[in-house]
Ligand binder design. Sequence first.
Ligand code: NAD
Length: 490
Amino acid sequence: MTEKIQTLLAGRWRDASGPAYTTEYPHDGSAVAELHAATAADVDEAVQAAEQARKKPAWARLMHHERAGLLHRMAQGIRDRAEELAQLQRLDNGKPIKECRALVASAAGTFQFYAAAAETWEETLTPARGDFLTMSVHEPLGVVGAITPWNSPIASEAQKMAPALAAGCAIVIKPAEITPRMAIELARIAEHAGVPAGIVSVLPGKGSVVGDALVRHPLIERIAFTGGTQVGLGIQRLAAEKLMPTSLELGGKSPTIVCADADLDHAVAGVLFGIFSSSGESCIAGSRAFVHASVYEPFKARLLAAVENLRVADPALESTHMGPLVSRAHRETVERYVQLGLDEGGRLLCGGGRPQGGYYDQGSYYLPTVIEGLPNSARMCREEIFGPVLALLPWQDEDDLIAQCNDNDYGLASGIWTRDHKAAWRIGRALQTGTVWVNTYKLFSISTPFSGVKMSGYGQEKGRLGILHYTRQKSFYWGLNEAPLPWARA
Ligand code: NAD
């Protein structure tokens, strides 16, 4: 049954002013939620309300430890509703329930982490270079905007909302049009935790309307964006017009390297999980596996056997490894890429199509797909597919391997499988990626900074210093004597 939902906009629960639309459950295409899209006028209303709310003493005068208290209550609010939120997240984007639970737990952890960062906030007394005192303090930026994609909504939104609130900002969140649910629930949790009205607004709707208006709004002091590189570039251009800082967490085409000495079973499991978890709809998906020629055939055989055992199934089942893709439209994009790979001369080793029968026919399912025989220069190896498609490439020479890995516009993440820690260090330091996993993949910790390089973006999220991106520094010089200044006696 379709549920009608409203959003928190400028301090009030209501319908946004744009047209009504429904979101779909990717498992069977059924309508899940009905809501209204926001308009540019709604953006203005939300931002103006945020600007008013953030200046009021109830927010502006909160002590760091009091703000920390609010964030702790939000972490608890998420935990209190963990199972319900995980189920809502599953209905929103079709991720397997186990993954949804992990996302919800990580969101709670994010609020807890930034509560601690707020509570233990320290300012700097800088070394004076004369008879004066110098110090630098951090002040909240003001009203910030967050724009998020559909693949891991609650985690992406928590990673922007928690540091923004911890820093004392107000935030207007624009979730992906098709997955608005988690941002709206986080706003509800913020309200229950005691965050004042107007400090958090959520504006569902189209990026080209709502996102664009948010980026352009003169009172928006920062945009934290996660999404595709082309959209990120457009945001960056607009931001330049008003000298607005941004963080851009963009796409990836991450290489995973299997060395000759790797524990093959461990590496197979890592490559499998790295590309096929979340149905490959992950910015850090390890979509290019470079396997040393001496172990290429045994690795391939074990990988294909492991793919056979993957359960592509209903995301509500505990045993499901891979659920549907987020939408039929996105599945068509993935299908076009697979066809392109085959047209470019690739050999299909498994998958390459939709599973048939039963609920598979209603949902946007796609089989885990492995293709070999393509050069790293093929478009299928260069462009982000954002689906369960792995290119398998043999390598022999380490310098050539590193050159191939780096010969890509993206630079988000990479993985190395080897027993030789010296080789892992050497290769890892040479890879142009923001994260390197050694003998593991896709592990995440809120305490560890995350960012891409090259076309994967810039501007770290996570980590203790993540809070600083929502502040500006102000420096003070305190004169300590009455000695006359240069022209005092002029
Ligand atoms: P997308 O870029 O199409 O959309 C992301 C968000 O931007 C959505 O909310 C969308 O409505 C909005 N948007 C679209 N056009 C806009 C515009 N003109 N102005 C302002 N906002 C606009 O991306 P997507 O398809 O939702 O998500 C997939 C992409 O996200 C992939 O490229 C993936 O790699 C990337 N991603 C990156 C990370 C990371 O941390 N680096 C994490 C998750 C996803």
